[in-house]
Write a protein that binds this ligand. Structure first.
Ligand code: PEP
Length: 248
């Protein structure tokens, strides 16, 4: 059976009270299925609310949108892997394009964060993707490979707890998604990079303006192991419907 991961990135939306209302609507409308996992990435202040709401549901978990690589200390405003885990997180996004392009996160930072997530026993979801200028210059695969190499450097094998999300920057929050064929081409290149490191089973998600209208068409492409969704995951009714019906 093909198993798919639906990941919801709420970005800077939904505090604890809104999250309680969201989760009660979502859980009333969505019945768990063995072939689908649903991962929620709320803002840090709502992690505990999500993790409490999904407790006992094997196919769901809460994850942090970002972690800092040090486990503790004088890093005002940051949260570490162990702190996120204490709030109930079981996964962490790393290198989301907004972290890279709004907050100036570097490739080297993503490497430290992947390692920090693993040592806190969190599943890292490493986001990679090119800007429009890089795509137009024909540099997509070069950029994505550079991002993979920086975040998952040798020595050692690629950890099986890792998930990759291919998210072209030009498709995030713009309403312009990659075509299934374009996404598949990059997924194949990522998979081949992973295969060379004995990690061909690593899940690769697509993200970038996925919504109720295009999810089924994108997921019909077998290279996609799931989707990472921002805007269209903010409405619990729509998100429940997308997870339910998003597979052709
Ligand atoms: C995201 O935040 O990772 C994302 C893909 O956003 P959107 O679905 O809104 O493009």
């Amino acid at each position: 059976m093909r198993s798919l991961l639906f990941a919801a990135n709420w970005k800077m939306h939904l505090g604890p009270a809104d999250t309680r209302a969201y989760m009660s609507t979502f859980l009333a409308e969505y019945q768990e299925r063995p072939d689908r996992q649903v991962w929620f990435f709320p803002p840090a202040v709502s992690l505990e609310t999500v993790s409490t709401a999904v407790r006992g549901r094997a196919s769901m978990l809460a994850g942090a949108q970002d972690i800092y690589w040090e486990p503790k200390g004088a890093f005002t405003g940051a949260i570490s892997g162990p702190l996120a885990a204490q709030a109930g997180a079981r996964a962490a996004l790393v290198g989301h394009s907004e972290r890279r392009h709004v907050f100036g996160e570097t490739d080297a930072d993503t490497g430290r964060k992947v390692a920090a997530a693993l040592s806190a026993d969190l599943y890292p979801v490493l986001c990679v993707g090119e800007t429009l200028a890089q795509r137009d210059a024909g540099d997509t695969l070069k950029v994505v490979t550079r991002q993979l190499e920086a975040a998952l450097p040798p020595p050692g094998r690629v950890d099986p707890r890792l998930t990759i999300a291919y998210e072209p920057v030009w498709a995030i929050g713009t309403g312009r998604n990659a075509t299934p064929k374009d996404a598949a081409e990059v997924h194949r290149a990522i998979r081949s990079w992973l295969k060379d490191r004995a990690a061909g089973q690593t899940r690769i998600l697509y993200g970038g303006s996925v919504n109720l209208k295009n999810a089924a068409e994108l997921l019909a492409e077998r290279e996609l192991d799931g989707v990472l969704v921002g805007g269209a995951s903010l409405d619990p009714h729509g998100w429940a419907e997308l997870v339910r019906t998003g597979v052709a």
